[in-house]
Write a protein that binds this ligand. Structure first.
Ligand code: FES
Ligand code: FES
Length: 175
């Protein structure tokens, strides 16, 4: 039996120890934010945090995270209380198809933890393992800069509560 913390909750699994963490999280714990892309550690779609650091979970055996902390995109924020990086993603309309985006956000959060004000080159270097087939890279870079600024100033980039206050005036329109 392998036990670990998943988004702050203690969980256990009796799968084979070499089962990739991505499979365990998606199939056994029904958290489908992290995606399967290449299965070879090359695209970043499966990125989660392992003790706070971004890792590729399609090639990480679940045994490696025993007694450790794993965080998925589901544990980063809530629709009512978004992480500042998620706010920046919305402000910049980053996603296109969305498939790569949970991995992109997990890598961006990990980057900002160790480098709170990254340059363009530092962003490129840190995010180079996260592939986006829709080519959202310019918006990802801007969102990371915006999140870095907001973390320093405390500015709220997107407040879902304010959005929810908007009343529909006519069908399909918001005040
Ligand atoms: S699915 Fe894990 S890096 Fe591509
Ligand atoms: S938004 Fe489509 S792959 Fe990145």
């Amino acid at each position: 039996m392998i036990s670990f913390s998943l988004n702050g909750e203690q969980v256990s699994t009796d799968v084979s120890p070499d089962t990739p963490l991505l499979w365990v999280v998606r199939e056994h714990f029904a958290l489908t934010g992290p995606k399967f892309g290449c299965g070879m550690g090359l695209c970043g779609a499966c990125t989660m945090h392992f003790n706070g650091t971004a890792v590729r979970t399609c090639v990480l055996p679940v045994a490696a995270v025993a007694n450790s902390e794993v965080t998925t995109i589901e544990g980063v924020g809530t629709p009512e209380d978004l992480h500042v990086v998620q706010q920046a993603w919305i402000k910049n309309n980053v996603p296109q198809c969305g498939y790569c985006q949970s991995g992109q956000i997990m890598s961006a959060i990990s980057l900002l933890k160790t480098n709170p004000n990254p340059s363009d080159k530092e962003i490129d270097d840190a995010m180079s393992g996260n592939i986006c087939r829709c080519g959202t890279y310019p918006r990802i870079k801007q969102a990371i800069h915006d999140a870095a600024g907001a973390m320093q100033t405390g500015v709220v980039l997107f407040d879902p509560k304010k959005e929810l206050e908007l009343e529909p005036t006519e069908q399909g329109e918001l005040a």
